[in-house]
Design a protein around this ligand. Structure first.
Ligand code: PRX
Length: 651
């Protein structure tokens, strides 16, 4: 965090700003402050008016019921999310418009028009029903970025079965834990998925997980890689997607969902080893995803929009599928990596489909910077009119590079701050209006009461503190699945009645917010949230390890890198081979995203007299920074030894 703070200080002094061009502003959905004024006058009316732009089977009786920490939005309203994403468009000229343009790793593509997507979703909804899935039953989806992923989630929404999507890069153990936590009835997976030309054996991973998931009755398997991966189908349990779709009727009536019925669960890392199942409901989530997609991305009928996230994360849920489709947009879905088959891939896609709006993460931008501007230069990027950033603080150099070399100095950049828990974007510029400052996420979306407060909860007008949200918003989480206590403790206990985000932030004299990063034991590695405890548990699971303390360290490309201070059993000798084995062990236990960048073997870990590991100290050692006060340490010599080892390693 120290590095980020320094960078922000420098920026604040410099005071560079960027305003939208007249052309952009004159055509934007939001051109003046009216929405902010409306929100100030009557926040509920603002959200109600957004809700009116969607289709409801029955109108709500009450916009908001708020009894800390439980919000109910649009009480009594009935709607269906898949109806809002599909049915209402097929009655219009959008019927044959591309809903999803899918681009495969090998460059092949499939376009699904609204009508085609509607048919596929209806059919698969019937498949799920035929497999015995009923309203309220949970369905886990473990798929690569293929069209079936979007189809499956919309089909779940159609029949009212909450989906729990597990990122395809997660390990069998991670998948197993997520299935067990929500007791899913059906698992949807594929034989495999492609990653940089290699096959990821998803079905094999699933088989491993399924050994300990008694709740799963049926497994639907998509054929993606064919002969490249042999799969074993368990009779009576495992069924091929394409076979099930063959003779299924093409219409399935959308379930009338209550506004507060659960739409999905999405697991995210918290401060303990166990991931949290974040619960989102139907009406409020749909309103939040719809309104922010429309206004933050200034989405127009003729736009081609591309969010590069994976649907396994919340960004993909809200801004590849639900938000864009509710708006009737054309959304690109890309299967592969930015550097496969070559590092021009993203720009080739922008050129080929004349992408207008492009939304990606700072990690990717920093990688493009490293690869050099000569790559995007080879492509025609003139169709772009708006850029977005999400997932972690964007450093000003990366912002400027993005603005210059991708946006051709003409595209506003919306740096959007939000979380799995918030469901949709909460702090962001509105591109036709807001003056941008590189590195700042700017100001709260209309209707969002974000604040920066000190330890005591007092608002910090100018300066650093904790980022909190003072009042409820429609797409906020409704709980942690099956863990009421953790929900209350994590979000509503530090400041009663106020949502605690877990982020630190600074507010400048213009009221702009600069997110500093997590203030809890959660790391943000390449835009992915990983808990230090999860990695520690994976390490101590290895027979050679006694104890481990994991911290995040600033990293030029990934934002943060994972550093694990590790104590080995007395009779085990450290070696480069063991180090690699431990890194691989973590990747196997959690997934490749959690593989430690560095492991530092140490005879002991620095602890306070009461036995708590001193993480701040370890973070400082990892950063190579000067040590703070060590007088509360039980054995201060441990620190010096650790620091020496680390310096030796760096050297
Ligand atoms: O620390 C913040 C960071 O990502 C966290 C949320 O992670 P997750 O739930 O995985 O959702 C990521 C995508 C919405 C936040 O607590 N974060 C997200 N967006 C930004 C950000 N940090 C700085 N600037 C952002 N724009």
């Amino acid at each position: 965090m120290a590095k980020t703070e320094k960078a922000i200080e420098a920026l604040l002094k410099e005071g560079r700003t960027f305003s939208p061009s007249k052309k952009f502003r004159d055509n934007a959905h939001v051109q003046d402050e009216a929405l902010y004024r409306k929100a100030k006058r009557n926040r509920e009316k603002l959200w109600e008016d957004f809700a009116k732009e969607l289709d409801w089977f029955k109108k709500w009786r009450k916009v908001l019921t708020w009894k800390v920490p439980d919000a109910k939005w649009f009480t009594g309203g009935k709607l269906n999310v898949s109806y809002n994403c599909l049915d209402r468009h097929i009655e219009t000229a959008r019927k044959n418009k591309a809903a999803i343009i899918w681009v495969g790793e090998f460059g092949e593509s499939i376009t699904l028009t609204y009508w085609e997507l509607y048919r596929e979703v209806n059919k698969f909804a019937n498949v799920l029903k035929n497999l015995g899935v009923k309203k309220g039953d949970r369905v886990t989806i473990y798929l690569p970025m293929i069209p079936e992923l979007a189809i499956a989630m919309l089909a779940c929404a159609r029949i009212g079965a909450p989906h729990s999507i597990v990122f395809g890069g997660f390990s069998p153990d991670s998948l197993r834990d997520r299935i067990r936590d929500c007791k899913a009835k059906v698992l949807i997976t594929s034989d495999g998925g492609y990653r940089r030309g290699k096959v990821i054996p998803l079905k094999k991973n699933a088989d491993e997980a399924l050994k300990k998931t008694p709740s799963i009755k049926k497994v639907v398997v998509v054929n993606r890689v064919g002969d490249k991966e042999k799969v074993r189908m368990k009779r009576g349990r495992d069924l091929w997607w394409h076979k099930l779709m063959e003779d299924t009727s093409p219409y399935c009536a959308p379930e009338r969902m209550d506004s507060e019925d659960m739409l999905f669960i999405l697991y995210t890392s918290g401060t303990t080893g166990k991931p949290k199942g974040i619960v989102h409901t139907t009406g409020g989530y749909m309103v939040g995803a719809y309104a922010t997609t429309k206004l933050v991305f200034d989405l127009k009928e003729e736009d081609t929009y591309w969010c590069t996230a994976d649907i396994g994360w919340v960004t993909g849920h809200s801004y590849i599928v639900y938000g864009p489709l509710a708006n009737g947009a054309t959304s690109i879905m890309y299967e592969g990596a930015p550097d496969y088959p070559d590092i021009g891939r993203f720009w080739a896609i922008v050129e080929k489909y004349a992408v207008n709006i492009f939304y990606t993460a700072p990690t990717a931008i920093r990688a493009f910077m490293k690869w050099g501007e000569e790559h995007p230069k080879k492509y025609d990027l003139s169709s772009l009119r708006l850029l977005g950033s999400v997932g972690e603080p964007i450093n000003p150099e990366a912002w400027m590079w993005y603005h210059t070399h991708i946006g051709g100095k003409k595209c506003p950049i919306v740096d959007t701050w939000w979380q799995t828990e918030t469901g949709s974007i909460l702090i962001t510029a509105l591109p036709g209006l807001t003056k941008l400052k590189p590195g700042s996420t700017t100001i709260p979306f209309p209707g969002i009461e974000a604040d920066v407060v000190d330890e005591a909860g007092k608002s910090v007008k100018v300066g650093a503190g904790y980022l909190v949200i003072n009042s409820p918003w429609p797409s906020m989480l409704r709980g942690i699945y099956g863990d009421r206590r953790r929900y209350v403790d994590t979000y509503w206990s530090k400041y009663p009645g106020i949502y605690f985000t877990g982020d630190g932030a600074k507010r400048d004299k213009d009221g702009y917010i600069w997110v500093l990063g997590r203030v809890d034991d959660v790391m943000n590695v390449a835009g992915h949230r990983i808990s230090t405890m999860e990695v520690e548990s994976a390490l101590v699971d290895h027979p050679a390890v006694v104890e481990s303390a994991v911290v995040g360290k600033s990293h030029d490309l990934k934002g943060q890198a994972i550093v694990a201070f590790t104590t080995l059993k007395r009779d085990v000798k450290s070696s480069p081979k063991l180090l690699e084995e431990l890194r691989a062990h973590v990747a196997k236990k959690i997934g490749a995203i959690a593989r430690p960048d560095e492991i530092i073997f140490t005879a002991d870990l620095p602890k306070t007299r009461s036995g708590k590991i001193m993480r701040r100290l370890l973070r400082n050692i990892a950063e190579g920074a000067v040590l703070g006060d060590t007088t509360t340490l039980a054995d201060p010599s441990v620190v010096n030894q650790l620091r020496e080892q680390h310096e030796h390693k760096e050297g």
